[in-house]
Design a protein around this ligand. Structure first.
Ligand code: GLN
Length: 275
């Protein structure tokens, strides 16, 4: 069964950021393409502005003449991922994670095929934890999707504050905010998304943050993640388009001055010792 609400947003719609659109957008290689995004359980998993990740993906597509379509998947719905290019799972409280857990497991096989077929998946915090084998919350165990070899165990105290990491998928640090009780351990051979420069990351001790597996990015970074980290957004969009169209799509450059300035302000604050 496939139930969904869909928002189709016209390509190149104006938002007053004319200077943010590429020169000669009509010649951009992204022009005329489309990208289908699945946003899983937005009503339950949406901490610290996680929904802003979807807005960022939508706008960065539109500015390049790529048509984004967003399929919101709500509690009780069983989506098909056959026509999905990029899926997003946000963060949530332990309670909300427990609610969505069985919903996710119900589409676990489809999600696994999607990931192994190089589907692009971004999962933040609570969503990231559910990519793994399990999330242990004291004497309660939530079974995860086992899409990536990792495990999470709740600890004390919560790991809270601004975070900055170095990652190979962005040419400047990835910055944002974290607030989690879970400590995540990566299985041998699972690459972290990056190395912690400030903040806690996966467990507060290993110096690792998040995971990178095929086209899956898991991370504890909220804030939301993508507005201040446009390189990560473009990494996801580029991978998704390459898979849909079977060829590398060169994304037209955008004017990211504001995004870069926001990122730099956070880095400067953390370098100055602000939490
Ligand atoms: N409930 C999880 C934890 O506390 C995830 C929290 C989150 O998504 N911010 O670890």
């Amino acid at each position: 069964m496939r139930e969904e609400r869909q928002t189709s947003v016209a390509a190149g719609s104006s938002d007053g950021r004319a200077q943010g659109r590429p020169e000669g957008a009509g010649r951009s290689t992204g022009q005329g393409l489309r990208l289908r995004i699945a946003h899983l359980f937005p009503e339950l998993l949406n901490l610290y502005g996680d929904g802003g990740n979807i807005l960022t993906l939508v706008k960065r597509c539109q500015w390049r003449g790529i048509t984004p379509e967003v399929m919101e998947v709500s509690y009780g719905e069983r989506p098909s991922f056959s026509d999905v290019d990029l899926a997003f799972i946000g963060g949530g409280s332990d309670r909300e994670q427990a609610i969505v857990c069985e919903q996710l497991l119900a589409v676990g096989d489809e999600l696994r095929s999607f990931v192994e077929d190089d589907g692009v998946l971004l999962a933040v915090c609570g969503g990231y934890q559910l990519l793994g084998h399990s999330y242990l919350m004291g004497d309660r165990r939530l079974e995860g999707l086992s899409l990536v070899d990792l495990d999470t165990d709740r600890g004390d105290p919560r790991l809270i504050g601004n975070i900055e990491i170095e990652s190979r998928i962005q040419d400047m640090p990835i910055v944002g905010y974290e607030n989690h009780g879970g400590r995540t351990t990566l299985g041998p051979g699972v690459e972290p998304l990056g190395r912690v420069r400030h903040g806690h990351g996966n467990d507060g001790t290993s110096g690792m943050e998040g995971c990178l597996y095929r086209n899956v990015v898991g991370t504890y970074i909220h804030g939301p993640l993508l507005p201040k980290n446009p390189g990560v957004a473009d990494w996801l969009i580029g991978r998704a388009l390459r898979r849909r169209y079977g060829r590398a799509v060169e994304l037209a450059p955008l004017d990211d001055a504001q995004e870069r300035a926001a990122n730099a302000v956070m880095c400067a604050r953390m370098d100055a010792g602000e939490k």
